[in-house]
Design a protein around this ligand. Structure first.
Ligand code: SAH
Length: 347
């Protein structure tokens, strides 16, 4: 877009320092700006009152500004208090985020792209493909605006909303550096989970960076053959390549990898699948998150029955595989990835 300016929220302290030097400003201004805009409270450039007004003006004239995301809609679940936010971006695109409250505190699920190009057939985010990547500031903006609006601080964060974070890798890494910066939100990597459908080169690259992040891998099937029927990405990466990359992640970071398994009735919820999955994960220090699939109107998939979900979990546990059933949150407010956005856009 012609009128696109650089989002100051996406800049690391060293980027701000070189910007200050380009603008003929003292170096310490960089941290003054950084601390103010990363207070986690949705500050705009006008709120950076610890620098001269003339510098704020100069920044704007030079094409820099803070682009927070704007709240377009907020829904609250009557079932469990989960809040779903729809945000408008500066170019008119919309994205969604979810705020959940757990015993240990608040957790936010953020989007990493507008749409997604991975094509998983049970997921609403991917129906029209990827529109564009989010920049790091737009990922942070979802958190800062929710914190400001709700008057809270989050305890943890999952990059599990719309988009494939490993398909927007550089912005993801920048985002992680910014949110964990001691002069910013200072959120520990241990409280951040990044979910991927299994882009193995990027899983390895992330492992090499040695952030303490939790990696969650969307497996959803114990065999390549079955996985390929509903996850096109499985044609490119085999489960054995994914397992190797997950082992590598554990070796490099010491962080146990989580496997996500969305249960679709009659497709991947059979006792045979549970046995195969147990074999695949036997002896690994891992954890399985079972998610009864959230049906979307674009597809005919049905959620597994409660009985099948419990039986699946029991079989994994018998085989000594850790498993939890993820509590369905906000079922009454379109909380599945991408559903609210599509409804808002009239799709
Ligand atoms: N692209 C990343 C992160 C976003 S999706 C990934 O694939 O992991 C986050 C998780 O929600 C993934 O495990 C995804 O497969 C799952 N998911 C998406 N739509 C779903 C639905 N309708 N029901 C249940 N799980 C779903």
């Amino acid at each position: 877009m012609n009128d696109y300016k650089t989002n100051l929220l996406s800049l690391l302290p060293e980027d701000l320092e070189s910007l200050m030097s380009t603008l003929g400003q003292p170096r310490y201004r960089a941290m003054q700006i950084f601390e103010r805009i990363h207070s986690g409270n949705g500050a705009t450039l006008d709120d950076v009152t610890n620098i001269p007004a003339s510098l704020r003006e100069k920044l704007r004239e030079s094409g820099y500004d803070v682009f927070p995301v704007r709240i377009a809609e907020r829904l609250e679940s009557k079932l469990d208090g989960t809040k779903k936010y729809l945000f408008a971006l500066h170019d008119g695109n919309v994205i969604e985020s979810v705020l959940m409250e757990y015993k240990h505190g608040y957790s936010i699920c953020i989007s990493s792209q507008v749409g997604c190009r991975m094509g998983c057939s049970f997921c609403a985010s991917t129906v029209d493909g990827r529109i564009r990547d989010l920049d790091a500031g737009e990922m942070l903006g979802q958190i800062y605006e929710i914190q400001k609006n709700e008057g809270i601080r989050i305890h943890s964060l999952v990059v599990m909303g719309s988009g494939e974070p490993m398909d927007n890798f550089d912005n993801l890494v920048r985002f992680v550096k910014l949110i964990s910066h001691p002069k910013g939100m200072n959120l520990s990597g241990r409280n951040i989970t990044v979910s991927t459908c299994g882009l193995t080169e990027k899983m390895r690259e992330l492992a090499d960076m040695k952030f303490a992040l939790t990696l969650a891998v969307s497996l959803h099937s114990p065999t390549d053959e079955l996985r390929r029927t509903f996850m096109p990405v499985a044609k490119k990466y085999s489960i054995s390549e994914i397992m190797d990359a997950a082992d590598y992640y554990f070796e490099q970071t010491g962080r146990r990898v989580t496997f996500e398994y969305s249960l679709i009735k009659g497709v991947n919820d059979t006792p045979e699948c549970a046995q195969e999955l147990s074999k695949l994960l036997a002896g690994k220090n891992t954890h399985v998150n079972l998610i009864p699939v959230n049906p979307i109107k674009e597809r005919n998939w049905e959620r597994s029955s409660d009985n099948n979900v419990s039986a699946f979990k029991l079989m994994l546990e018998k085989n000594r595989i850790n498993a939890t059933i993820r509590r369905g949150m906000g079922a009454d407010i379109d909380a599945a990835c991408g559903q609210l956005r599509r409804r808002y856009l009239g799709l």
